[in-house]
Ligand binder design. Sequence first.
Ligand SMILES: NC(=O)c1ccc[n+]([C@@H]2O[C@H](COP(=O)([O-])OP(=O)(O)OC[C@H]3O[C@@H](n4cnc5c(N)ncnc54)[C@H](OP(=O)(O)O)[C@@H]3O)[C@@H](O)[C@H]2O)c1
Length: 428
Amino acid sequence: MAIKIAILGFGTVGTGLPFLLSENKEKLAALLGEEIVISKVLMRSEETIEAARKEGFSYDFVLSVDDILADSEISIVVELMGRLEPAKTYISQALAAGKSVVTANKDLLAVHGSELRELAKKHQVALYYEAAVAGGIPILRTLANSYSSDKISHLLGIVNGTSNFMMTKMSEEGWAYEKALQKAQELGYAESDPTNDVDGIDASYKLAILSEFAFGMTLAPTEIACSGLRSIRSTDVEIARQLGYVLKLTGEIREVQSGIFAEVSPTFLPKKHPLAAVNDVMNAVFIESVGIGSSMFYGPGAGQKPTATSVLADIVRVAKRIQNGTLGKNFNEYSRPTQLANPADVMNKYYFSVETPDTTGQFLRLVQLFTSENVSFDQVLQQRGDGERAIVVIISHEISRTQLAAVIEKLQQEADFDLLNYFKVLGE
Ligand SMILES: NC(=O)c1ccc[n+]([C@@H]2O[C@H](COP(=O)([O-])OP(=O)(O)OC[C@H]3O[C@@H](n4cnc5c(N)ncnc54)[C@H](OP(=O)(O)O)[C@@H]3O)[C@@H](O)[C@H]2O)c1
């Protein structure tokens, strides 16, 4: 007997599976007692089939998903095409045909996860997606299993390798945003349209999935505050360094009394924070919980072998469920009503960089503006101006999201003040 699988999309991750299946053949046989066999592979065209054959792959390549859906011997469909469509249609069809699905498609899970999970439940099959978050780090399974006995209060992650590579170059080499992006594109880390990576969208998709596993709450992408790297200037990075911080793009979910708050944003991290040392394309998820305390999970967030390893781990788990007759159980079973935090309860320090006229009395005006919203200063730095404009950098004491919004609005109302940037500042 063998467990027959089909692969949809034979690109970077898909072509990593044959290697792993052969590398781990004995271990998999010991774990499952049967072999996992790639029965069919969906390709886009005759040309891509030809190219795959030339590379030495000799599978049953098909051009229509119907050939896979109609094959009753295939029990697991592995979707590795990416994007929303036709992935959503094919996955829905596979689930409806009684096949379990493993996917690495974070975009799809973040946007249509609830619908697909419902469908899997309805048809009593499995839907697993460990590789969708932080590629090679087994974070979802860890949250689902090992944290079942713990209450998580705070999750902070670096979950987008491309933006972390860029921020590392900007911090360590003093590169400007444009140069860091160009290098990321040259190395194949960033796509020609880098929007999803640099604007924090990819990280917010992963945060949406992490929220379900860590907090049991489903967040729509629009419920996650999201800002990216485009506005970061070399001086922001330099000031962070001078003040003992490292500037990184983080994804954060915090539970306060009134609910959870989720945000992707450039963040001042204290140099001593474990996440501050996570550099280049590496990913990490830092968790604070009542039982375990502080813990961090670190590893490659992408790449063929790390990602395919997570995909194969899901295939093995689903195969076990098929053998045990426990299909139909959710990958994540923790679920409670989503409750968003009241912005007045979400507290952080903030960095503000404000350009003002370079004349006497401007600093006093700025102090008055912040004081009118009850915001006091932890640190202040005035940068030498050009005689006409000066830049004042402020690190505030802890303020709420409501105070933050009010200060920003007031700064924007002052025609001769220019709010260049504001970023969240985390404590140690
Ligand atoms: N690469 C990573 O490190 C990584 C990490 C984590 C998660 N993921 C996720 O894994 C998934 C796959 O990523 P990848 O890097 O392997 O992408 P990829 O290299 O672009 O591979 C996707 C493959 O799917 C094929 N494909 C797309 N649409 C198809 C269709 N309608 N019919 C048949 N084949 C189709 C593509 O063919 P064409 O070349 O002809 O378009 C390509 O061969 C994505 O959801 C991605 O977000 C990837």
